[in-house]
Design a protein around this ligand. Structure first.
Ligand code: RIB
Ligand code: CA
Length: 313
């Protein structure tokens, strides 16, 4: 069987950058058709610039980067410079990208690609707010059934919120978009904080990245050393959680992860709990299951995969 075709929708962000590198380091398993950017960790101009930088670092400037939505479907944009720095890729000084975004808005590219590729062959991997994907679904409903699977980093249940008391950042940035995607009726796998908070960048794991003698190794070591400080100070852990690479690792080695097929809805009405992912983990409602909600990971296996693959670039 050939490589799995994916589109990575992202808001780099250091953890997004590592997820992109993991995908690029796995060409036998994953064919990255396009990278689409969305505003989130930092504004769209920076997430797009950062995506170009990461593609260039990986030697994959052949992969088109398309800029997408610069804010949520409703409300104003929330950003996370406190975590990622003003550039979104603080921690390492890299030259500006020598390439430019590809022509075509990310939403149009999502629609065109899903209409062009055989139905059921393209997986959407979302690492940021779901605005691009939801806007594409709303504008071109015919593409929804053509999606093979949607794998989302976002949400939280037992771990509660990381950007409000109730909501995880990617969902909180655009709750309406998340609700559209969660209700689209396609195979949906969610990697929430419940699992990413079990994938901590411990000192030994960070040191292993630093031993990769390449520009990629040095960049990942510098990025994560900067990025993790916010959550280490907040939670008092020995390392920060590595969120987005869990999406790509799930595609590469799903057996590293475990979860339940349950109903997951998004709160969009309440001011207090807006963006909360309400996961029926104990099956106490009659709401239909719509998502595989991942709750656990073999963290050592995850980091072994990540370190091994990044060393290939
Ligand atoms: O809450 C963590 C998520 O929000 C990650 O995807 C991180 O990159 C930010 O986008
Ligand atoms: Ca992200």
């Amino acid at each position: 069987m050939g490589a799995r075709k994916i589109i990575i929708d992202t808001d780099p962000g250091q953890d997004d950058a590592v997820a992109l590198l993991l995908a690029f380091a796995s060409p036998e398993e994953l064919e990255v058709l396009a990278v689409t950017t969305v505003a989130g960790n930092v504004p769209l101009e920076l997430t797009t610039r950062n995506a170009l930088t990461v593609c260039e670092l990986a030697g994959r400037s052949d992969v088109p980067v398309h800029a997408g939505c610069d804010g949520p479907m409703t409300g104003t944009l929330k950003t996370a410079e406190a975590v990622h720095g003003q550039t979104g890729l603080d921690g390492v000084e890299l030259p500006p990208p020598s390439t430019a975004p590809a022509p075509g808005h990310a939403v149009d590219i999502l629609i065109e690609t899903l209409r062009r590729e055989p139905a059921g062959t393209v997986t959407l991997c979302t690492l940021g707010a779901l605005t691009n994907v939801a806007t594409a679904f709303a504008r071109a409903p015919d593409i929804v059934e053509r999606v093979a699977e949607i794998v989302v980093m976002g949400g939280a249940y037992f771990e509660v919120g990381n950007w409000s008391p109730a909501a995880e950042f990617n969902i909180l940035v655009d709750p309406e978009a998340a609700q559209i995607v969660f209700r689209a009726g396609r195979p949906l796998t969610i990697l929430p904080l419940d699992v990413t908070h079990k994938a901590l960048i411990t000192p030994d794991r960070l040191a292993a990245f630093g031993r990769i003698d390449s520009n990629v190794g040095r960049a990942v070591h510098g990025w994560l050393g900067f990025y993790e400080r916010f959550d280490m100070a907040k939670y008092g852990w020995e390392g920060g959680p590595l969120h987005d690479p869990c999406v790509i690792a799930y595609l590469l080695k799903p057996d590293l992860f475990s979860g339940r097929f349950i109903n997951v809805e998004v709160e969009t009405q309440s001011e207090l709990t807006r963006g909360m992912t309400v996961a029926d983990w104990w099956n106490v409602t009659d709401r239909h299951a719509n998502a595989t909600f991942i709750g656990d990971v073999d963290a050592d296996g995850f980091y072994a995969l990540l370190t091994d693959r990044l060393a290939r670039l």
